[in-house]
Design a protein around this ligand. Structure first.
Ligand code: NAD
Length: 437
């Protein structure tokens, strides 16, 4: 089957590559010329584990193409998939200008029946708007289907190839058949293709992300209580998560969720709710608590240094909003960096994949180290902001020999409290007893 994917970002590139992997011929379209040139020269513009191998293989086999031309990209396509950005507009609602702009263009150029799949995360009612934008000019039949994407950056290929479920919002039997053929290779183990109407599919995506953001936030609130009561959030988490009704996942407290999805999707759902005269109070609380949580470590750091961070050398491990990605959109590390710079601290940061993106953003306001231990030379303290697995069992002796003070503020609860006590670290984390030395 010939497929066009419009928008070649995290979702578009992964989806396009995975569809090529199951034998389809895919053309990915993007307006970013530098990105398309890079892809055409065999290089990936993003870091995503497992993607490079599939990308190179399918490109070599002639099943995966890249272009900046929409007309060229959609030629002969049976399916056109929109994987375009839906960033927050000024009022917090999802900005549909990319989606509706492309829909408008498509209406003028489609020349035979085609299924337009909306893979972007969009507010309820967007499929109707996309339909209307195409219908203004289209001279042929088409269907618009809502097919939200649930992949997680960092494990995107695995998620795409073996999805827990595929949600397909359409009432068109003709579109259903085509989409069924497209997705069958991905659900051979029996995970469901769930068919529903367009609006329900659109809402399902927001409901999923908002629920997960709420779960994380709930645990962050429990962590706050643990700190005040002297309880240990790791213990509470294990006790709580072993209840099958609650489940073990997404119960890890930390310094707030970030990324390109949760923050904008929670905000967009709150905004959509307000538009239909419903005050979704939990979401307002989730957003407020999460913003505060990103700064959770700052008062602890300030208190340790008697409110004087001027000239203090702070090392930061982890910049990406989560491990295994180079994505820094809404990353808590950026908020922490800002707060520390405001206090006059001198920062040296390390991240395995995200440093170039942060360099573009902050320039020479902070230093960057080539290796994690290079951040620690003469450091007054280390702050851990992302739980990359290479930070989990570091060489503590080396750290002790390099650092000026044995002081760690850990936003991801990576280390065992007893071990840190034995090693003589001053160690403060989230929702666990502080080790004060
Ligand atoms: P992204 O910013 O990484 O990629 C979007 C791409 O679209 C960019 O390369 C941009 O240049 C391109 N683009 C913009 N306008 C265009 C146009 N007119 N024609 C062609 N290309 C154009 O975004 P993303 O992270 O892939 O997210 C895309 C959508 O998928 C969003 O709605 C997002 O909420 C949703 N989503 C993202 C994830 C994720 O983990 N990133 C997961 C599920 C759903």
């Amino acid at each position: 089957m010939k497929i066009a994917v419009i928008g070649t970002g995290y979702v578009g590139l992964v989806s396009g590559t995975c569809f090529a992997e199951t034998g389809n011929t895919v053309t990915c379209v993007d307006i970013n010329e530098a990105k398309i040139n890079k892809l055409n020269s065999g290089k990936l513009p993003i870091y995503e584990p497992g993607l490079e191998k599939l990308f190179l293989r399918n490109q070599k086999e002639g099943r995966l193409h890249f272009t900046t031309s929409l007309i060229e990209g959609i030629a002969d396509a049976k399916i056109i998939m929109l994987a375009l950005p839906t960033p927050p507009g000024e009022d917090g609602s999802a900005d549909l200008k990319y989606i509706l702009g492309v829909a408008d263009d498509l209406g003028k150029i489609i020349s035979e029946y085609v299924v337009i799949i909306d893979k972007s995360t969009v507010p309820v009612g967007t499929a109707e708007k996309v339909h209307a934008a195409l219908a203004k000019n289209a001279k042929v039949d088409f269907d618009v289907v809502s097919n939200p994407e649930f992949l997680r950056e960092g494990v995107a290929v695995e998620d795409f190839m073996k999805p827990d479920r595929v949600v397909i919002g359409t009432t068109s039997e003709r579109a259903k058949k085509i989409i069924n053929d497209l997705y069958l290779p991905f659900v051979r183990q029996g995970n469901p293709l769930i068919y529903m109407d367009e609006k329900s599919a659109e809402l399902t995506k927001y409901a999923a992300n908002s629920f997960l953001a709420t779960k994380i936030t709930f645990m962050n609130e429990i962590a706050q209580l643990c700190e005040r009561f002297g309880a240990d959030v790791d213990m509470v988490r294990r006790g709580l998560g072993s209840d099958a009704r609650i489940g073990k996942r997404f119960l890890f407290p930390g310094i707030g969720y970030g990324g390109s999805c949760f923050p904008k999707d929670v905000q967009a759902l709150a905004k959509s709710s307000a538009e239909v005269n419903y005050e979704f109070k939990i979401l307002d609380a989730v957003m407020e608590i999460n913003e505060k949580q990103k700064l959770h470590l700052i008062p602890k750091i300030k208190a340790y240094f008697n409110n004087d961070l001027k000239g203090k050398k702070i090392a930061i491990w982890g910049l990406a909003f989560k491990p295994n990605t180079d994505d820094i959109r809404e990353a808590p590390a950026l908020i922490i960096i800002d707060a520390l710079l405001n206090e006059g601290a001198v920062i040296t940061a390390y991240d395995p994949e995200a440093m170039n993106n942060v360099k573009e953003l902050v320039g020479d306001k902070i230093n960057f180290a080539e290796r994690q231990y290079d951040t620690l030379a003469d450091a007054d303290a280390l702050v851990i902001a992302t739980e990359w697995s290479e930070f989990r069992t570091p060489d503590f002796d080396n750290m002790i020999s390099l650092m000026k003070n044995k002081v760690i503020f850990d936003g991801r609860n990576l280390f065992d409290l007893n071990k840190m006590e034995e090693l003589g670290f001053h160690y403060e984390s989230v929702g666990r007893r502080p080790i004060k030395q």
